[in-house]
Design a protein. Structure first.
Length: 423
C-alpha cells in the first residue's frame, strides 16, 4: 500500500495483530477522500453521545483520557480488558468467576471494551451482561455432547474461510478478532487465535470461489467481527463482492454496534451505504445493552438505509424468560432493529451452563406470539449439530385434523377449525 500522510494513518485502524494490508491501495479511494473522511471522523467522534454512566466510568478509571479519546474506537480497542487481572480493576470477582492468578479459561481469551465494562454491575456476578462476557470456572466442564465445531462448518468449507451449506448463499469468515468475546461463542475454534485477522491475501481463495459459483446470490460476512476491521479493509471486501454480478445481497454479522458503538462513525456509514443492498445482523443479548450510544449507532445505520436485524442466543440465567425477552424485542424495535433469530445455544465445548431446554425456548415464543407485535417475535431455531442448518421450532399451534378441517390452537389456547378440503 502506498504511504499515507501521517495524519491519515489512523484511518487504517488500530494496530491489530497479524493484520495484512490490501495488496495495493484500492482504486475507489484517493488521499483527498481519505483526508476528508478523517476530518469528518474527527468531528463525528467529537459529537458522539456519551451517557452519564460511561462518563462517570471514564472519569473514575481513565482520569487522564478525554471524551474524544473515549469516543474513538481505536482507543476503546487499545484499552480493552484482556486479562482477569485487568478486569478486577473494575469489578469485584465472585467465587465462580476466574480469579486473578488463576489459570483462566483455555478455549476463549478474555477481551471486553471499556465501554462494555462500564455497563457491567461491579458488585453483582448474576447480572445478565456480566455473565455473558466474564469467564467462570464452569467453562472448564466439558459435556460429552459438546464439540469445538458443533455445526461442522469446517466440513462444509470448500475453500478456507468460506462455508457453503445452503444452495444459494455462503458464509465468509473474514476475521477471527472481536472487540469483546462472548463466553458462549460458537466459533471458539477460530476466534481470538494467534492469527486473529485472517487478512486480505487469505480472502482471495474465498473471493474467487464466490466469483466462480454463480448460484451464490447472498454472502454473509462474519467471523469474528468484520466491523473491527479498518474501513479500507471492509470496503475492499464489499467492493470485491459487489463487483460480482450474481451476488445480489451482502450481509454483515456483527456485535460492534453494542460493544463498540464508537465504531459506527459517519465515514464508515457513508462507505457502507455505497454497497446496497446491504443488511446487518446485530448480535444482541439483553435490553440493558440498549444505551443512548447504541441507539445512536443503530440510528446512523438505519438512516443509511441498511435494514437491521437482531440475532440473539437463548442463554440460561441471562435472557431465558418471557418478560426479559419481550423487553429486549421491544427495545430493539424502538431503535429500528427487527428481531430476526432466537438461537438455541449451540453445544460448543464449555458452554453447558448457558444452555436451556428446548421447552424453555418454545415457552418464550409462545409467550410472545399473539401477546405482542408480530414484528417483535423472532424465529426460534436450532442450528442442527453436524451441519443440518437452521431448523425452526414453533409451539404446537396445529393440533390435528378432523373431517376436512385442521384443528388450530390460538395464542390464548382456544381451539379453532380451518376448512382444509381443497385439492
Ligand atoms: S461477537 Fe460473535 S464471533 Fe465474536 S465472540 Fe461473540 S459470538 Fe463469537
Amino acid at each position: 500500500m502506498d504511504k499515507l500522510p501521517n495524519e491519515n494513518r489512523d484511518l487504517l485502524g488500530p494496530d491489530l495483530p497479524e493484520e495484512e494490508e490490501p495488496p495495493s491501495k484500492p482504486h475507489f479511494i484517493d488521499e483527498v477522500t481519505l483526508l476528508d473522511e478523517y476530518l469528518k471522523s474527527r468531528n463525528d467522534r467529537e459529537k458522539s453521545t456519551i451517557s452519564e454512566r460511561s462518563l462517570t466510568f471514564l472519569q473514575t478509571y481513565f482520569p487522564e483520557a478525554t471524551v474524544k479519546e473515549w469516543n474513538s474506537w481505536h482507543w476503546q480497542i487499545k484499552n480493552s480488558a484482556r486479562s482477569i487481572e485487568q478486569l478486577s480493576r473494575y469489578i469485584r470477582l465472585s467465587e465462580n468467576e476466574v480469579k486473578p492468578g488463576g489459570t483462566g479459561t483455555q478455549s476463549l481469551p478474555l477481551r471486553i471494551t471499556p465501554y462494555y465494562i462500564s455497563l457491567l454491575d461491579p458488585d453483582n456476578p448474576e447480572q445478565a451482561l456480566r455473565k455473558s462476557v466474564v469467564p467462570v470456572f464452569d467453562e472448564f466442564l466439558i459435556h460429552p455432547d459438546e464439540a469445538t465445531d458443533p455445526l461442522s462448518e469446517e466440513h462444509d468449507s470448500p475453500v478456507p474461510n468460506v462455508v457453503h451449506r445452503y444452495p444459494d448463499r455462503v458464509l465468509f469468515l473474514v476475521t477471527g478478532f472481536c472487540s469483546t468475546y462472548c463466553r458462549y461463542c460458537t466459533r471458539t475454534r477460530m476466534v481470538a487465535k494467534d492469527k486473529c485477522h485472517i487478512g486480505v491475501k487469505a480472502w482471495e481463495p474465498g473471493l474467487q470461489y464466490i466469483e466462480q459459483h454463480k448460484e451464490v446470490r447472498d454472502v454473509l460476512i462474519s467471523g469474528g467481527d468484520p466491523l473491527t476491521m479498518p474501513d479500507l479493509h471492509v470496503e475492499y471486501l464489499l467492493s470485491r463482492l459487489r463487483s460480482i454480478p450474481h451476488v445480489e445481497i451482502i450481509r454483515i454479522g456483527t456485535k460492534v454496534p453494542l460493544v463498540l458503538p464508537q465504531r459506527i462513525t459517519r465515514p464508515l456509514v457513508n462507505m457502507l451505504k455505497k454497497y446496497h443492498p446491504l443488511f446487518i445482523s446485530i448480535h444482541f443479548t439483553h435490553a440493558d445493552e440498549i444505551t443512548p450510544e447504541v441507539t445512536e449507532a443503530c440510528g446512523k445505520l438505519a438512516d443509511a438505509g441498511i435494514p437491521l436485524g437482531s440475532q440473539t442466543v437463548l442463554l440460561k440465567g441471562i435472557n431465558d424468560n418471557v418478560e426479559t425477552m419481550k423487553r429486549l424485542m421491544h427495545a430493539l424495535l424502538r431503535i429500528r432493529v427487527r428481531p430476526y433469530y432466537l438461537y438455541q445455544c449451540d453445544p460448543v465445548v464449555g458452554t453447558s451452563h448457558f444452555r436451556t431446554s428446548i421447552d424453555k425456548g418454545l415457552e418464550i415464543i409462545h409467550g410472545l406470539r399473539g401477546f405482542t407485535s408480530g414484528y417483535a417475535v423472532p424465529t426460534y431455531v436450532i442450528d442442527a449439530p453436524g451441519g443440518g442448518g437452521k431448523i425452526p421450532l414453533l409451539p404446537g399451534y396445529t393440533i390435528g385434523r378432523e373431517e376436512g378441517t385442521v384443528l388450530l390452537k390460538n395464542y390464548e389456547g382456544r381451539i379453532f377449525r380451518y376448512p382444509d378440503n381443497s385439492v
